[in-house]
Design a binder for this molecule. Structure first.
Ligand SMILES: NC(=O)c1ccc[n+]([C@@H]2O[C@H](COP(=O)([O-])OP(=O)(O)OC[C@H]3O[C@@H](n4cnc5c(N)ncnc54)[C@H](OP(=O)(O)O)[C@@H]3O)[C@@H](O)[C@H]2O)c1
Length: 329
């Protein structure tokens, strides 16, 4: 099909944070003719005004159903993912096997592009990682953080798959923590009966101006969901060459900045001792999965986003602090 022809785009996980931000952009883009959305729960795209989308309930663990659903797709965007919650086996079945199923189904129906939402976590949090990593820096599994290990493993597996299916070009996006109005809402459905309690506790936390809180003075990158969505859209239409792209807001903030935005009286603690403690905790023989996230504090994971700007033509429109504020609102 010539590049001027209109695209059919299949999207797994269109009802999550990334999907909810991407869909309006696909809806508005004249180069996109038709969208096939796949996730497990019931969903009605018409309620959001997404007239191009045909929604099919499905599971990425079902390889045959994926092939049937993807029939006619020119591009597949893979966003379906499970953060460790149903045990390691279920998580791997959805994230690792599911992702391979999705890539293979995309290749089987002749999709020209496969776009995957990876993460800065794919680089691991290794002490040798430079601040301002470009895409040339190798991705290497983290020591303990399961989520980061999976992302590095998946990038490697997808690159292997892409090498054997060269007709399906692989695009990998590596965002940091994503913020925006759907960042929490899409993942956590708070039962209505608990909502007043949860909002009350959150409100009280934000009104603790008197109590000083020790916060590490470590740098971090953030990104707004709409800026991620725009990078995904640029990959969908093939705006740049296939490959990996780092994306993040232009400003690098610190945990102290974030705590202050949350209304806390943050007292900065020098970053290096905190990172050293995080490294030591990471080496403990038993670490519950929630505690593994401490590894993300063991070394700053700061990326250079020049390639996305120069090769994809991507420009972030939101600063990190604006992204945080839009989540809190
Ligand atoms: N959010 C972030 O801060 C962040 C940062 C960097 C990278 N990423 C990556 O970006 C991608 C998208 O993240 P997100 O934040 O949009 O995720 P999310 O909000 O948790 O949404 C996940 C989506 O996947 C669907 N899904 C889950 N399991 C599925 C299955 N077995 N079969 C089919 N669909 C399934 C969910 O719908 P159902 O539950 O109805 O199936 C939902 O639509 C993930 O790969 C994530 O690791 C996210």
């Amino acid at each position: 099909m010539p590049d001027s022809a209109r695209l059919t785009v299949a999207v797994t996980g269109p009802t999550g944070t990334f999907g909810l931000a991407l869909m309006p952009l696909l809806q508005q883009d004249d180069r996109v003719d038709h969208v096939i959305g796949i996730a497990r729960r019931p969903f009605d795209p018409a309620q959001r005004g997404w007239t191009k989308m045909e929604y099919r309930r499905g599971d990425v663990r079902d390889a045959d159903a994926l092939r049937t659903s993807f029939e006619g797709a020119d591009v597949v965007v893979h966003l379906a993912f499970l953060i460790l919650s149903g045990g390691k086996e279920t998580t791997r079945a959805i994230n690792i096997e599911g992702t391979l199923n999705v890539f293979r189904a995309a290749a089987a129906v002749g999709a020209r592009r496969f776009v995957y939402a990876s993460s800065v976590a794919a680089y691991g949090f290794h002490r040798g990682n430079p601040v301002g990593m470009s895409e040339d820096w190798a991705t290497l599994p983290a020591d303990r953080l399961f989520y980061a290990q999976e992302k590095a493993e998946l990038e490697h597996l997808l690159q292997q798959e892409a090498a054997t299916h060269p007709q399906t070009a692989l695009y990998l996006l590596r965002p940091p923590i994503v913020l925006g109005p759907d960042a929490v809402g899409a993942k956590v459905t708070i039962p209505a009966i608990l909502a007043p309690l949860v909002h009350g506790v959150a409100g009280a936390l934000r009104r603790l101006p008197g109590l000083p809180v020790l916060v590490p003075d470590l740098p971090l990158q953030l990104i707004h969901q709409d800026d991620v969505a725009e990078a995904l859209r640029l990959c969908v239409v093939g705006a740049g060459a296939p490959g990996a792209y780092n994306i993040a807001a232009d400003d690098v903030v610190t945990f102290v900045d974030v705590a202050r935005e949350l209304g806390l009286r943050a007292v900065p603690v020098p970053g290096e001792p905190v990172a050293a403690v995080a490294r030591a905790v990471t080496k403990l023989p038993y670490l519950p999965s929630a505690a593994q996230w401490v590894e993300a504090m063991s070394h700053p994971a700061i990326m250079d986003t020049t390639k996305a700007k120069t090769q994809l033509g991507w420009t972030p429109r939101h600063t990190a602090i604006e992204s945080l504020r839009s989540t809190l609102r």
